[in-house]
Design a protein around this ligand. Structure first.
Ligand code: HEM
Length: 147
């Protein structure tokens, strides 16, 4: 992983796994509502997968798997490769990642309410960018190869 997360951050992330299991789809559904206020970002997504609820479910599962495996990321190698492949197919770029961060963190707050303390949101902000940096670097390597 490109950025090292502290043991404390990892412990906070792991402690949020049960809440994510319960509310993951609600969080990602809310996240997409926020994200799609941006028309350029919305156009990247296959709307059929959105409407069937498929895409929020995939993203919720990915976030939950990340929380559960935050200290054994080698378990996520296959899942990360699939995300990278899908992102490259749909033209996701580095500059899109802040939009997802800005939609995801408030969505966690919207759904978890007071349970999403400042500490929890700060830990998720750090963890999001650690994963994002990994995806971005793998995606940039793929774009270089294919263009
Ligand atoms: C850390 C951040 C992110 C994670 C964890 C993530 C995760 C995922 C996952 C799990 C999938 C489904 C892969 C599959 O089909 O098996 C996916 C697909 C996709 N992601 Fe991401 N993603 C992230 C960031 C982004 C960003 C920044 C964008 C662009 C704004 C984006 C746009 C897409 C699109 C367009 C698809 C294909 C969806 C479709 O089939 O319609 N993702 N992502």
């Amino acid at each position: 992983m490109s950025k090292i997360l502290s043991a404390e951050t990892k412990a906070i992330i792991k402690s949020t796994a049960p809440a994510l299991q319960m509310h993951g789809v609600a969080i990602t559904t809310r996240m997409y509502e926020r994200l799609f206020e941006n028309a350029e970002v919305k156009a990247l997504f296959d709307q059929a997968a959105q409407e069937s609820g498929e895409q929020p479910r995939r993203l919720a599962a990915a976030i939950l798997a990340y929380a559960q495996n935050i200290d054994k990321l080698e378990n996520l190698t296959g899942a990360v490769s699939r995300m990278v492949a899908r992102h490259v197919e749909t033209g996701v770029r580095r500059e899109h990642y802040p939009y997802v961060a800005e939609a995801l963190l408030p969505a966690i707050r919207d759904v978890l309410g007071e349970a999403a303390t400042d500490e929890v949101l700060a830990a998720w902000g750090e963890a999001y960018w650690a994963l994002a940096e990994l995806l971005i670097s793998m995606e940039e390597a793929e774009y270089l190869e294919t263009t």
